[in-house]
Every structure is written in C-alpha cells, then in structure tokens.
Design a protein around this ligand. Structure first.
Ligand code: CP
Ligand code: NVA
Length: 313
C-alpha cells in the first residue's frame, strides 16, 4: 500500500499559492508545446501506461471530453464510468469502490451530485482523486478561467473579477482562487442565492478582497472581467423560482458597459442564452468563452502531470 499520500485535487483551498501557480504555468507550457498542432501528442508520452477513471454521476461535455482527449495526448488511457453501470449503483460502498479502483487505476476524476461522496472517495483511494464538480465546488474550472484571463490580459494578481448571478459551486472555487492568486472578486447575487458564507470567510481570512452585493451594477463597476453561470445548476429543483429571481442578473451590454473598458466576458458553459447572458454579450468582442472551454484541456493536462508526479515532463 502507498506510503505517501496521493496528490488529490479536491478544492483550491487545500493548496499553497505556489502549487496552484505551478499547475497553471505547467498547463501553459504544455499548451505551448502543441505549437498550433491540432493533435498535440506529447513527444515523451509522460503518462504512457497510466489509466484515468472518469466517474460521471451527472452529465458533462467539457469535463469528460477534455480529460479523455488530454489523457490520450499525454500517452495514457481513460475508462469512463457511470455509477448506474457500476455496483456503486446497487449499493456497493464508496469506500470499497475506492479501494478496488485504486488497484486498477492511476488517477480518478469524480463528478457527483453529493459532495460527501467525493470526500469519501478521496479518503479511501490510494491514487489521486480529482474533483470533477460537486454542488459545492468546481476547482478545475477556475484553473482554466485563470489561464484564459492571463492569456488575454496578463497577470491576474490585483485584477478585479465580477461574478453575477448564482452564488454557486463555481463562485465558491473562484473565491478560493482569488485568495491563492491575489485577485479580487465582487459578487452580485439575489439574497437567497448568496455565495457560500464559509467560502467567503475562508477567502477573506486568506487575504482575498471579496465584496458581496445584490446590485449587479455595483459588482461590475470597473471590473476587468465579468463572469456568470447558469441560473439552474445540476440538481437544482426550483427552476421556475430561479428564472424569476435571477431576471435582474442577466449580463447584457448595458451591464458590460459599466465594467472597465474591454472587460472580458467569461462563462464556464453550458450557457443559456437569453437567460443569464444576452446573445450580444455572449458573441461579443470581449467574450472569451470558447478559449476558456479549450483551456479546460490544457489545464487538466497540467493537473494530470502534477497529480501523477510528472510535473517535470
Ligand atoms: N464547464 C463544465 O464543467 O462543463 P461540463 O458540464 O460540460 O463538463
Ligand atoms: N453551476 C453549474 C456548472 C456546470 C458546469 C452546475 O453545477 O450545473
């Protein structure tokens, strides 16, 4: 059995700023190595013979395809698993599943509707476990968001990012990222969908400037980037209420005009055009949403290299 603890990636708050910066820089390096090629097979195939298990308890387009393609480009392979097809779906425990999968796999990504399952999997797994999104957090998304911001606007330290809409899983990871990387976050949410108070407190005590508003105009004032996300996340049951409550939080050209000139627009996707964002903003000059989606591939390649101890590849 393992003597050193596996390099889990559960939440940004578990890391030092140096490690997160190292993973982002490694991602940029691996991205540059592709040299414009469409199928950038890493020349050294650093993850040859390694297998990633991707357990998806909920739908995914970006997370699934970027991990599958990224692992392949690094020379490794992937097994995509769905709890419904596993004994997990018939009551085998997460603890036993973790111990069995650890004997086959080299790294596991889990997307789950139950955050406790992620913690339990990591507790019992002897191979690295990566958070592929839970209702509580979505840390891999923020790696891609930071790389995207920096490619377009330079170092993110000292910059201000506005988050408009739901104080959800992505907002939580954004605030944790702010503490680690030294950017500021200004959020505007309806009262009842406020950002996770524990994440706000954690980010503040770890040096981040986090400001919480209800008025979107206040949050975007002078911001270097404006971010939003769906009003109805996976697992949310109150769609009708949400569509009503979030109406004043739509990101439109008038709102973007209150941010800094040339403020970037980011969205983790999938987007619901006409709900959280208008077509003009989504398709606009400063929207970088598809660069952001592509960067899921590059940042997860960096993350996989780090998790498997190949950060010097
Ligand atoms: N942004 C994101 O995680 O997308 P998927 O749900 O398609 O993986
Ligand atoms: N907040 C969204 C993000 C999807 C990538 C959700 O949890 O469904």
């Amino acid at each position: 059995s393992a003597t050193t603890s596996p390099r889990h990636f559960l939440d940004l708050r578990d890391f030092s700023p140096e490690i997160i910066r190292q993973i982002i820089d490694l991602s940029a390096k691996v991205k540059a190595m592709q040299n414009g090629r469409r199928q950038p097979l890493h020349p050294d195939r650093p993850l040859e013979g390694r297998t990633l298990g991707l357990i998806l308890a909920q739908p995914s387009t970006r997370t699934r395809v970027s991990f599958e393609v990224g692992m392949g480009q690094l020379g490794g392979s992937v097994s995509v698993l769905s709890p419904g097809d596993m004994q997990l779906g018939r009551g085998e425990t997460v603890a036993d599943t973790a111990r069995v999968l650890s004997r086959f796999l080299d790294v596991i990504v889990l997307r789950t509707g139950n955050d406790a399952n992620l913690r339990e999997l990591a507790k019992w797994s002897s191979v690295p476990v990566i958070n592929g999104l839970t209702p509580v957090s979505h840390p891999i998304q923020i790696l891609a968001d930071v790389l995207t911001f920096e490619e377009h606007r330079g170092p993110i330290r000292g910059k201000t990012l506005a988050w408009i809409g739901d104080g959800n899983n992505v907002a939580t990871s954004l605030m944790e990222g702010a503490a680690l990387l030294g950017f500021n976050v200004r959020l505007a949410t309806p009262e009842r969908f406020a950002p996770n108070p524990d994440a706000v407190a954690w980010a503040r005590t770890h040096g981040a400037t986090i400001e919480v508003f209800h008025d979107p105009a206040e949050a975007v004032a002078g911001a270097d980037a404006v971010l939003t996300d769906t009003w109805v996340s996976m697992g949310d049951k109150d769609r009708e209420t949400r569509l009503k409550v979030f109406q004043p939080y739509q990101v439109d050209t008038a709102l973007m005009a209150k941010a800094a000139p040339d403020a970037l627009f980011l969205h983790c996707l999938p987007a619901h055009i006409g709900e959280e964002v208008t077509p003009e903003v989504f398709e606009g000059q400063t929207s970088v949403v598809f660069d952001e989606a592509e960067n899921r591939l590059h940042t997860q390649k960096g993350l996989l290299l780090w998790a498997l101890g190949k950060e010097n590849s």
